[in-house]
Design a binder for this molecule. Structure first.
Ligand SMILES: NC(=O)c1ccc[n+]([C@@H]2O[C@H](COP(=O)([O-])OP(=O)(O)OC[C@H]3O[C@@H](n4cnc5c(N)ncnc54)[C@H](OP(=O)(O)O)[C@@H]3O)[C@@H](O)[C@H]2O)c1
Length: 279
């Protein structure tokens, strides 16, 4: 299954996230792809991600016959406030140069000459968008226009910031990636904008951000009815409301279970219950 953005580029409907995997990153990415994941998320940000180890996995997979074009690779430009001293660009350079250097370094790490999706890790300002955000976005738009990335996206955005970006940009984002909390109706305001604009909404930390909600007896009852696990119910729920979920599992058995969630079907009543569970 795939989801298609307004520019007609499609993303596989489930994504494997590589944050916090450290030296296990390469082995886990290889397992994820061998088990069936077709989309991989990383970032050029050594605090949380090992992009070069994702690249090592891609080389190893390539040797076993996995073609680059069969995978969807997404990485991110992380502004200096999200980096430590290992910033993958000259932090004293102007922002356009920073994006160019970070992008080039991502291509080197990932052993590829194009990306499927390039994401701004987060706006510079907490509220609204500033001139830094617009300059970085313009640099990303250049990569999109040159065909070096098939999509551009933004992460950790509020509804207000997304609205502003859609209004002011030459190319509005094709993807949004946000932490998804049940208490906000699973980011309902941002998802509504995405739906209206043809932007693919990617939800992360669906499990870790919603611990207490997932202990709800009704969710357990749905899992029992389907003969599924709680994680499978949550991921399938996410897909049925039009979201592209990320899983961050480090366990190959859980990778298999997470992928199997595509085969379950929740009823409209069950979907409504989960969607409004914490409102
Ligand atoms: N843009 C951003 O700022 C940002 C921030 C954070 C994350 N992300 C992206 O989102 C990805 C996912 O984030 P996340 O790791 O917080 O997501 P997550 O999938 O909600 O959390 C991972 C946790 O869920 C458990 N899990 C997964 N499948 C399971 C299953 N079938 N049964 C039981 N437990 C299961 C994992 O345990 P096991 O390891 O034991 O399976 C792990 O403890 C990251 O890797 C990253 O790519 C992006």
């Amino acid at each position: 299954m795939t989801l298609t953005a307004y520019n007609n580029v499609s993303i596989p409907s489930f994504m494997y996230g590589t944050a916090w995997k450290k030296e296990a990153t390469s082995k886990l990415v290889q397992s994820a792809v061998a088990l069936g994941f077709k989309a991989i998320d990383t970032a050029n940000q050594l605090i949380h991600y090992e992009e070069a180890r994702v690249g090592e996995a891609l080389l190893a997979l390539g040797e076993k016959g996995t073609r680059r074009e069969s995978l969807f690779l997404q990485t991110k430009f992380t502004p200096v406030n999200g980096q430590d001293h290992r910033t993958p660009y000259d932090a004293s350079a102007d922002l356009t140069t920073q994006v160019k250097q970070s992008f080039a370094s991502s291509l080197t790490h990932l052993h590829t000459d194009y990306l499927d999706s390039y994401v701004l890790h987060g706006p510079y300002s907490r509220q609204g968008l500033g001139k830094e955000d617009r300059e970085v976005w313009a640099a990303m738009e250049d990569f999109y226009e040159s065909g070096k990335t098939k999509m551009i996206g933004i992460s950790n955005v509020t509804a207000e910031q997304l609205r502003l970006l859609c209004e002011g940009a030459k190319h509005k984002p094709m993807a949004v990636q946000n932490r998804c909390f049940a208490v906000t109706g699973w980011d309902q305001e941002v998802r509504a904008i995405c739906r209206a604009q043809g932007i693919i909404y990617q939800g992360f930390s669906l499990l870790t951000a919603n611990g207490t909600v997932l202990a709800d007896p009704a969710i357990r009852a749905i899992a029992k009815r389907l003969g599924a696990g709680i994680a499978q119910v949550v991921f399938r729920f996410a897909m049925q409301i039009g979201m592209l979920p990320l899983t961050g599992t480090t366990n190959p058995q859980h990778m298999k279970e997470d992928l199997q969630s595509e085969s379950f079907e929740l009823s409209p009543e069950e979907i409504l219950h989960i969607e409004t569970i914490a409102l």
